[in-house]
Design a protein around this ligand. Structure first.
Ligand code: PGA
Length: 241
């Protein structure tokens, strides 16, 4: 089961060191979870150094849709790959909101990431009361499943209802099951993660919901005090009796 930690624009060199020192020994006793730590760009190489050989993957939170060249401030997929990054989040709702990112840009980012061997985690999400149509559009356009395009094999999808992100109010199991089923019908075969206020208290019920291949965790992933109990609860829920 995938547990993707999304630190967003948080953390520091010292916080990363402390976090990795505590995470690594704990993981040895948690065989059911596969962790990806998505840190801000400046911390990617340090995370890679600290986590080498531990089985924890290092991820990024964005990538340029362009290959290389005169694009000040952008970071290319090739650079991420060069730094040992395996996964990259694209189209997070905070980037859609803060930077006006739309589906075609998100698709380009996912495509370029995949072409460099990275696993793009394409985020989709509905606002309260918006319904499933918006998810269909975001999934089809983000993955490139329109006008004869064939999608992005190897990509992951993260379903993050906008009202659940950072609010402490996760979607309930029925909603998650329904939305994941809808996404899986739209994009068969892609792993679908859930994100939005995942915590140690609700992770067991979320990851045992049909159609859920993992979780994308924001707030609760930034500190060991909240992340380790979450990993333990996930591992316990998935361990066969
Ligand atoms: P949250 O964030 O866990 O803090 O709700 C999730 C996300 O935005 O990826």
């Amino acid at each position: 089961m995938w547990i993707i930690a999304n630190w967003k624009m948080q953390g520091s060199v010292q916080a990363l060191r402390t976090f990795c020192q505590g995470l690594t020994p704990a993981l040895a006793t948690l065989p059911q979870v596969r962790v990806v730590l998505c840190v801000p760009f400046p911390y990617v190489l340090l995370a890679q150094d600290l986590l080498r050989g531990t089985g924890v993957f290092v991820g990024a939170q964005d990538v340029s849709p362009l290959d290389n060249g005169a694009h000040t401030g952008d970071v290319s997929a090739a650079m991420l790959q060069d730094c040992g990054v395996s996964h990259v989040i694209v189209g997070h709702s905070e980037r859609r909101r803060d930077h006006g990112e739309g589906c075609s840009l998100i698709h380009q980012k996912a495509l370029v990431a995949r072409s460099k061997g990275l696993i793009p985690i394409v985020c989709v999400g509905d606002a309260e009361g918006q319904g499933q149509g918006v998810l269909t559009r975001q999934v089809r356009r983000g993955l490139g499943m329109v006008a004869g395009e064939s999608g992005i094999p190897g990509a992951m999808i993260a379903y993050e209802p906008l009202w659940a992100i950072g609010t402490g109010r996760a979607a309930d199991q029925t909603t998650i099951a329904k939305m994941h089923q809808h996404i899986l019908k739209t994009a068969p075969g892609y792993p679908v993660l859930y994100g939005g206020s995942v915590s140690a208290d609700n992770v067991a019920s979320i990851i045992t919901t049909p159609g859920v291949s993992g979780v994308l965790v924001g707030g609760a992933s930034c500190r060991l005090e909240t992340f380790l109990p979450l990993l333990t609860a996930a591992d316990t829920a998935l361990t066969p009796n």
